[in-house]
Design a protein around this ligand. Structure first.
Ligand code: SF4
Length: 218
């Protein structure tokens, strides 16, 4: 969808009285959707799923982007304290059960948020993974909410061109070789022979955190 189509759809949701929010991981490529939203409606809440495991650079970047674009960011945290997020060996869950760690810190808090909202504006792109390729622009989510995927047909070139046109800020770790940046324990630098998202949960049979697999309804 181009800017005009995204703007029109957001205005339709607004006219229908729908309650909206967006989530952002505040990676460089995610900033395009935030910029588009800031051009349409700065009051739409931008949820940062704060797992407590982010790079400090990501948290600083989030605050900088929010201030620059005039957006309202809200940190969303798990209700399960970290001392209860340990495996049988006493170590934090990301070392032994990353699926459950992602569930407690990402999926469960967003699931609760869906109960209070109608529209989840989500920046997934079809070219990012097989799971995302099978998604639709509008898709049902739990609790009667709708996932709206305005960036689904955008590709890396379109993202690059928009970033260039608006001189968008870049995540500070990008220059150090990080391309797909999530929680610090589950992110590594990209080697030349790696696909971008292989830098997440490296060496594990895991490519998604659950937000785009568990929070989709049939
Ligand atoms: S990405 Fe890693 S640290 Fe972050 S919630 Fe998932 S398993 Fe835990």
């Amino acid at each position: 969808m181009n800017f005009e189509a995204i703007r029109d759809q957001l205005e339709i949701y607004k006219a229908e009285g729908k309650k909206m929010f967006t989530t952002s991981s505040f990676q460089s490529h995610s900033i395009v959707l935030l910029h588009i939203i800031s051009r349409v409606d700065k009051t739409i809440p931008v949820i940062f799923i704060n797992t407590g495991y982010h790079f400090p650079e990501t948290v600083e970047f989030k605050d900088r982007v929010a201030a620059e674009f005039g957006l309202k960011t809200v940190d969303l945290r798990s209700n399960t304290p970290k001392f209860m997020q340990r495996g049988p060996d006493g170590r934090l869950l990301f070392t032994s059960d990353p699926d459950h760690c992602c569930y407690l810190n990402k999926t469960q808090p967003v699931d609760a948020l869906l109960m209070q909202n109608d529209i989840w504006i989500n920046g997934v792109r079809a070219d990012q993974s097989a799971v995302r390729k099978s998604m639709k622009v509008e898709q049902k989510a739990p609790h009667g909410a709708i996932r709206f995927h305005p960036m689904l047909d955008w590709n890396a070139k379109m993202i690059y061109e928009y970033q260039k046109e608006y001189n968008l800020p870049k995540h500070p770790l990008e220059n150090s070789g990080y391309l797909s940046i999530g929680c610090e324990p589950c992110t590594r630098k990209v080697d030349p022979e790696m696909m971008e998202r292989e830098a997440r949960w490296y060496g594990m049979n895991k490519t998604e955190c659950g937000l785009h697999t568990d929070l989709v309804s049939k």
